[in-house]
Design a protein around this ligand. Structure first.
Ligand code: PA5
Length: 463
């Protein structure tokens, strides 16, 4: 199991001005935490609670269908193109980047065991999109269009362009190159998929985009590029069982949630830094940023009081950002709680040759790159302690499907628990919806005329 070390948030290590008396706090909050965990598990099956993601470790039927589809299309495509944005792409990107061999898309077919390349086109930059279309052979590409709502402008505009191109290149066969992941019944993509006869998977009810990585949203692309989705499901399930423990001393998601919460309300740490010491985990930070920001950034609490709650998430990468952000983390405002993710065993051990022994870099010879990155993580931690900066460390023994699933699921549960501590609705995203509505209005979608008038007026007076 992945592990959490919270010692470096304790006042005995970083002093009482910025550190917590962690044991005392765990005791003080033990009942609250226990209630929260019990409640989450009790209400997870109730419609409208948006907690169905807590059941994804037990979703054998979807796993079966996903595996069947992946085996049917095995060896048929050279490329998978995922169209989606936000929660519909960040989880897929985070997990595939972590598990697939680095530089996957540059490897030969043989090196990829004949599994396809994978591209995530999340943004709508026209140059980027055109660039990708110039290098992709659509005849050998399977497009997985993912949108829960079925009408997100970014995703659907990309889809409209690509479907059109495919139709021109492939004739009627274009349909066999599209797999749609969307709502079971609702939305425009569902309607189109039924009309045009695409293969579809559905995002179960009561799972928001940012909590959907282990539904078909993630599982389909994972299976298509050969990831072991049984191990992913096992990872979530084992972590789910561990996190059912209502004792805060035994539950790492509760510990991390409570420490983040107390560091905010007692020590004014409103910034959360996610800093893996592994390039393969860099997109886990992107995924986490969305999870944390959309879940916790809320104007009102559950009592309808205006609170403007939120912990601002920041992504960093070790060791790279030691040469960028760490100066600020050490000497700037003491307003952050930094979480390191450490990997104990990399797949590769890379030795540094014993050369240039007569120079100042001679000490590196005979060591490994692994020694170096781990020493850098340790030294950053110690320097942060020197400056009384709190840090948490999550450790995994190696990067694989099982551990990544545990990590992401633990962070989801942590987010749900801290949302309860703040007494906010963790699962809605009114501002995201508002931005989507503004886009529809600006581009003339029927039904949004009122907003269009308002926006035109605002744009004239403010630009
Ligand atoms: O977490 C969320 O709900 C959002 O970020 C959505 O995932 C994002 O807006 C994309 O929505 P959809 O899947 O409906 O296209």
């Amino acid at each position: 199991m992945i592990k959490l070390n919270y010692r470096y948030t304790d006042s005995t290590i970083i002093g009482s001005e910025h550190g917590l008396n962690v044991n005392e706090e765990f005791n003080n909050y033990s009942e609250t935490i226990s209630e929260i965990i019990k409640n989450l598990n009790q209400k997870k099956d109730k419609p409208g609670q948006w907690l169905q993601w807590m059941n994804l470790g037990y979703n054998e039927e979807t796993v079966w269908y996903v595996k069947e589809f992946a085996s049917m299309v095995r060896n048929r495509f050279n490329n998978i193109l995922v169209l989606g944005i936000g929660g519909s792409s960040l989880g897929g990107l985070a997990v595939t980047e972590a598990i697939l061999k680095p530089y996957w898309n540059l490897l030969s077919d043989e090196q990829r065991d004949n599994y396809p390349r994978i591209f995530f086109l999340d943004n709508i930059d026209p140059d980027l999109m055109n660039g990708l279309l110039n290098v992709l052979d659509l005849k050998k590409t399977l497009v997985n269009v993912i949108t829960k709502s079925g009408d997100t402008a970014e995703t659907m505009s990309q889809f409209m362009i690509i479907r059109d191109l495919m139709k021109k290149e492939l004739g009627d066969d274009y349909r066999k190159h599209i797999v749609a992941t969307t709502d079971k019944k609702m939305g425009i993509l569902r309607q189109l998929a039924d009309q045009e006869g695409y293969k579809t998977f559905f995002v179960p009810d009561d799972i928001g985009g940012r909590f959907s990585v282990f539904s078909a949203v993630g599982l389909v692309p994972f299976a298509l590029v050969g990831l072991d989705i049984d191990q992913i499901i096992k990872g979530i399930k084992d972590m789910d069982l561990a996190l059912k423990n209502t004792d805060v001393f035994q539950n790492i998601a509760a510990q991390s949630a409570l420490i983040h919460y107390l560091m905010d309300i007692k020590k004014n740490k409103k910034l959360t830094v996610m800093m893996p010491y592994s390039s393969r985990l860099r997109y886990v930070s992107d995924w986490f940023v969305q999870l944390w920001a959309e879940s916790l950034g809320k104007e009102y609490n559950n009592n309808g009081e205006k609170v403007n709650i939120g912990l601002t998430p920041i992504k960093a990468l070790g060791a790279t950002d030691q040469h960028s952000q760490v100066q600020l983390y050490n000497e700037g405002p003491n307003d952050k709680l930094i979480t390191f993710i450490r990997v104990e065993n990399f797949d590769t051990v890379l030795e540094i040759p014993k050369v240039f022994e007569y120079t100042g870099i001679g000490y590196l010879g005979g060591k490994t790159i692994n020694d170096l990155i781990n020493a850098e993580a340790d030294s950053t931690k110690v320097s942060l302690i020197d400056y009384s900066r709190p840090t948490l460390s999550i450790t995994m023994d190696k990067i694989n499907e099982y551990n990544i699933a545990q990590l992401l699921y633990m962070l989801e549960v942590q987010t749900a628990i801290i949302g309860e501590l703040y007494n906010i609705n963790t699962f809605n995203q009114p501002s995201v919806e508002q931005a989507k509505n503004y886009i529809y209005a600006l581009l003339g979608r029927a039904g949004y005329e009122g907003s269009a008038e308002y926006l035109k007026e605002k744009l004239i007076t403010t630009i």
